[in-house]
Design a protein around this ligand. Structure first.
Ligand SMILES: Cc1cc2nc3c(=O)[nH]c(=O)nc-3n(C[C@H](O)[C@H](O)[C@H](O)COP(=O)(O)OP(=O)(O)OC[C@H]3O[C@@H](n4cnc5c(N)ncnc54)[C@H](O)[C@@H]3O)c2cc1C
Length: 394
């Protein structure tokens, strides 16, 4: 069976023209002159003064106008806007960078200029689903996308920070990566320019169940999806998310304990969500994990989401170094145990992580005509031939 129609629920971008994954800022759809692509400036000849040659005057005027246009373009790209927007870069400052593991950190950024509108911009994006913002590397004029983390009970943001429009990001330092290395090298207090939001996947309003398969920093969109989905909880509706999170090292998810460490014969809604442990004792476990200073900040965030929405979130951890990998069986356990209750209308599998991880799970994404497309469903999920589940690669 063909995959569910994800294109109806998820869209690539708010912008008319999608940018490549590793976008160069200079490579905008219609590049005007820019710092990295300056207009040629003729060198004045010592033999003739401008006054002696009207064509030279025209040339100087042309160059002057071009330079002014280039300046205006650069200024428009690095605008003075105090509010995050998808068209121009907005200045933020790096408030803190806390290590999460040997290779990743939690970044907190605050808008340089106060703006009451940022809160609304973020709220709208959270309401829709999974979103990202682009960070600019000013020396190379390139940009990369990163995923804001939701604010949970475990968050390091104070109410003031939240009101001031702070954003937090979980960023892995790629030892050979241009932007992630740059972000790990700048000083606290430095300016960082952001552009967005860009909607990566709009979670349909009727979605009740999400299975999120995450690799490494792919957990950031999982936190977003959980936050967005679960905030739709009301007295008649209890959406649920199950996260399978794979990491290379234990250090990447220190303190994380799988909710279904062993396959549960009763499945994830009776087993994972309704296991023998009472909600109260699960809450106590979550508090203990959150208070343990060895627990990774991201695991704390996951535990906070669990305590905020008891019985609606489960997480299972997989570690390369312990030879535990997300396999067909794990995915099938998740799928087979969802209730067939007709009131649960829409079910979604989201896959997020490094390119190789996404390809293995669901086939590679494709590039065509300057746009990133989902590409056909392949990989493990295709082989499982899952009915009723939409699949979206992030
Ligand atoms: C929507 C979205 C959200 C994201 N959210 C996050 C997030 O929250 N946190 C996070 O950490 N990451 C996130 N990413 C990934 C992030 O955007 C960057 O891709 C990542 O940080 C690497 O960027 P970089 O500039 O540091 O590395 P790059 O310079 O892009 O290099 C990446 C790797 O490719 C190799 N490489 C580069 N050029 C070549 C070449 N020509 N040939 C062979 N190898 C090459 C480099 O050696 C390096 O190992 C997200 C990506 C997307 C698309």
């Amino acid at each position: 069976m063909k995959p569910h129609t994800p294109s109806l629920c998820c869209r690539g971008s708010l912008r008319a023209v999608a940018r490549p994954r590793y976008a160069s800022i200079a490579a905008s759809p219609s590049p005007p002159p820019s710092a990295s692509n300056p207009s040629p400036i003729p060198t004045p000849s010592p033999k003739s003064s401008p006054g002696s040659n009207p064509r030279r005057w025209l040339g100087i005027i042309f160059v002057g106008v071009s330079a002014a246009a280039a300046g205006a373009y650069i200024r428009s790209q690095s605008s003075d806007s105090a509010t995050l927007n998808p068209d121009t870069f907005t200045k933020y400052s790096l408030v803190s960078r806390e290590p999460v593991s040997a290779t990743s950190s939690l970044f907190t950024l605050r808008p340089r200029k106060p703006s009451g509108d940022n809160y609304d911009v973020y709220e709208e994006a959270w309401r829709v689903g999974v979103w990202s913002v682009m960070f600019k590397q000013p020396q190379l004029q390139i940009g990369r996308d990163y995923t804001p983390l939701p604010t949970t009970a475990a968050t390091s943001l104070s109410v003031d920070d939240e009101n001031e429009g702070c954003l937090r990001f979980f960023i892995r330092k790629d030892p050979f990566g241009e932007v992630s290395r740059y972000l790990h090298s700048i000083d606290v207090g430095a300016d960082v320019e952001l552009r967005g939001p860009k909607i990566e996947c709009a979670i349909p309003s009727e979605t009740d169940d999400i299975l999120f398969i995450a690799g490494g920093t792919g957990i950031a969109p999982a936190l977003q999806a959980g936050y967005s989905l679960l905030s739709r909880t009301n007295s008649e509706r209890r959406p649920r998310i199950h996260i399978l999170w794979a990491n290379r090292l234990k250090d990447d998810c220190a303190g994380g304990q799988s909710d279904s460490a062993k396959p549960q014969p009763r499945g994830w809604f009776s087993g994972w969500f309704g296991s023998s442990k009472t909600l109260e004792s699960k809450k106590q476990d979550a508090v203990a994990v959150m208070e343990d200073k060895h627990t990774s900040l991201i695991v704390r965030e996951l535990e906070a989401l669990k305590s905020q929405y008891p019985g609606q979130v489960t997480v299972d951890y997989y570690l390369d170094e312990e030879n535990t990998f997300i396999g067909k069986k794990d995915i099938m356990n998740s799928i087979q145990s969802t209730p067939t209750d007709s009131s649960r209308k829409s079910k979604l599998i989201l896959v997020s992580g490094p390119e190789g991880f996404i390809s293995y799970m669901a086939g590679p994404k494709l590039w065509a005509q300057g746009q990133e497309l989902q590409g056909p469903l392949k990989g493990v999920i295709r082989e499982l031939d899952l009915k009723e589940w939409g699949v979206w690669k992030l």
